[in-house]
Design a protein around this ligand. Structure first.
Ligand SMILES: [Ca+2]
Ligand SMILES: [Ca+2]
Length: 86
């Protein structure tokens, strides 16, 4: 049974890792961790976000979406649902 355990564990870790990635959207989007979510960073995680949507998310019009604007967009349902991506 030891062999079976060794095989099963990596699969469980992969499943857990996939769940963890989905659960930390905001930090995953801000790839360089500067607190600004550039359009490039956003579409890397949410390919369905159009430039128009991004500009709508950029509430103060400074050209980037910050954490506060991101949270507002998320609350307003502007981000495509992860459930639709499958
Ligand atoms: Ca960034
Ligand atoms: Ca902004």
């Amino acid at each position: 049974m030891k062999n079976a355990t060794l095989i099963a564990t990596p699969a469980l870790l992969l499943a857990f890792a996939a769940t963890a990635v989905q659960a930390q959207d905001a930090t995953a989007v801000d790839a360089d961790g500067d607190g600004q979510y550039t359009y490039e960073e956003v579409i890397a995680v949410y390919p369905d976000v159009t430039e128009e949507t991004y500009m709508t998310m950029d509430a103060n019009g400074d050209g980037t979406v910050d954490a506060e604007e991101w949270a507002t967009a998320e609350a307003d349902g502007m981000l495509p649902s992860e459930e639709d991506a499958g």
